[in-house]
Design a protein around this ligand. Structure first.
Ligand SMILES: Cc1cc2nc3c(=O)[nH]c(=O)nc-3n(C[C@H](O)[C@H](O)[C@H](O)COP(=O)(O)O)c2cc1C
Ligand SMILES: CCCCC(=O)C(=O)O
Length: 359
């Protein structure tokens, strides 16, 4: 982990109350997948190209395009729920931090301030954002939220496919996730039909392949599917209308013992074959992790916990610092690899190999 992230995590652990901290850090099961996520990125080795004609460090460009959105960095903010658990301003501060970094925010449907306010903060920064969607008991809630996200300026939908129900989380198993119904109701309650039971209407519900098209037709936006962990699944999603996939273990919080994102990324990239963007998250903690992901064929990466540590430790500034530090480390690594821009990293596809002796 980058020193700055270590520092931010330490400070977050000092200020976040215990139940929220457990919720933030927990995995599921024996936390095998969670425990493996960071190391898995280190199982790859890079073969640099020296004397490659790259200019000074300041000339290395991390700018790229993801779907239609132009960003200054391929290091994006993953959707994470309930930011007001860790900071009074919640997602508003996160949005300003993401904007300062020139990144993109995937806004969790479990956002704890009115989503339109977050959209305003993002618009002020000229920052693109995507709406993460779950299905809940009452489809009108999912639809109502997605329609509001479109109206507020989201440019894509991310359908999270790995959470038909929320897994038992190791560190919060003794009690439910500390969800304040009022906090949830900020965005969701107004879409619950009159007379319907609130908790049934808002309960997590399984999505299926047909929901990709449903969301696309409802919103007119491209739909990415998050939680893909194999080439075949990536193809199923694309055939069902997905515009992209996110390789993810949900931060080791859903099925424990699933394969590490870093290990399975090449299979997904190969199956997708350039037909759609492939994003990846899970255990990314340095710019060199990002470099490996891009060299393996990812179009961009997402940071989950590190963004929330930044928010807890320093609000918008903390979020900006986290994304900025990982991006700076990436730029440094790119130059040393011999790549002046993101396209150059992707051209290094044959120059990332498994660690260990090779014949
Ligand atoms: C506290 C927390 C809340 C999360 N909430 C959501 C969510 O609302 N929707 C979602 O699709 N993924 C959610 N995730 C998963 C993240 O989007 C992401 O896949 C994961 O955190 C990446 O791993 P990392 O934390 O190691 O960077 C959450 C993760 C954490 C840690
Ligand atoms: C309803 C799911 C809660 C948010 C989430 O995805 C997570 O805690 O990982």
């Amino acid at each position: 982990m980058l020193p700055l992230l270590q520092d931010v995590r330490r400070r977050a652990h000092q200020v976040v109350p215990a139940p929220a901290l457990d919720y933030l850090e927990t995995g599921s099961g024996q936390e095998v997948t969670l425990g493996e996520a960071e190391q898995a990125w280190r199982d790859w080795r890079l073969v640099p190209q020296i004397l490659a004609g790259v200019g000074p460090l300041s000339s290395i460009s991390t700018a790229t395009r993801v779907l239609g959105d132009v960003v200054a960095t391929p290091v994006l903010a993953a959707p994470t729920a309930y930011h007001r658990f860790v900071h009074d301003e919640g997602e508003l501060a996160t949005a300003r931090g993401v904007a300062a970094a020139g990144s993109l925010m995937v806004l969790s449907s479990r956002v704890t301030v009115p989503l339109e306010d977050v959209a305003d903060a993002l618009r002020a920064g000229g920052t693109p954002w995507w709406w993460q969607s779950y299905l809940v008991g009452e489809r009108a809630v999912t639809a109502g939220l997605a329609e509001r996200a479109v109206a507020a300026g989201a440019t894509a939908i991310v359908l999270t496919g790995d959470t038909p129900y929320v897994s038992v989380r190791t560190r919060t198993a003794s009690g439910p996730v500390p969800v304040d119904e009022e906090v949830l109701a900020v965005n969701m309650a107004r879409h619950v039909p009159r007379g319907a039971d609130l908790s049934t209407a808002l309960a997590q519900a399984p999505a299926n392949l047909a929901d990709i098209r449903w969301l696309h037709e409802l919103t007119g936006l491209p739909v990415l599917v998050k939680g893909v962990l194999g080439g075949e699944d990536a193809q199923r999603c694309l055939e069902a209308g997905a515009a992209g996939v996110v390789v993810s273990t949900h931060g080791g919080r859903q099925l424990d013992r699933v394969v590490a994102s870093a290990h399975v990324l090449p299979d997904v990239v190969e199956a997708v074959g350039g037909a759609a963007p492939v994003l990846v998250d899970g255990g990314i903690r340095t710019g060199i992790d990002v470099l490996v992901a891009l060299a393996l064929g990812a179009d961009a990466v997402l940071l989950g916990r590190p963004v929330v540590w930044g928010l807890a430790a320093g609000g918008a500034q903390g979020v900006g610092d986290v994304l900025g530090a990982v991006t700076a480390d990436l730029a440094h690594g790119m130059g040393l690899l011999g790549a002046a821009d993101v396209a150059g990293v992707r051209a290094a596809r044959h120059r990332v190999v498994p660690a260990g002796l090779r014949r």
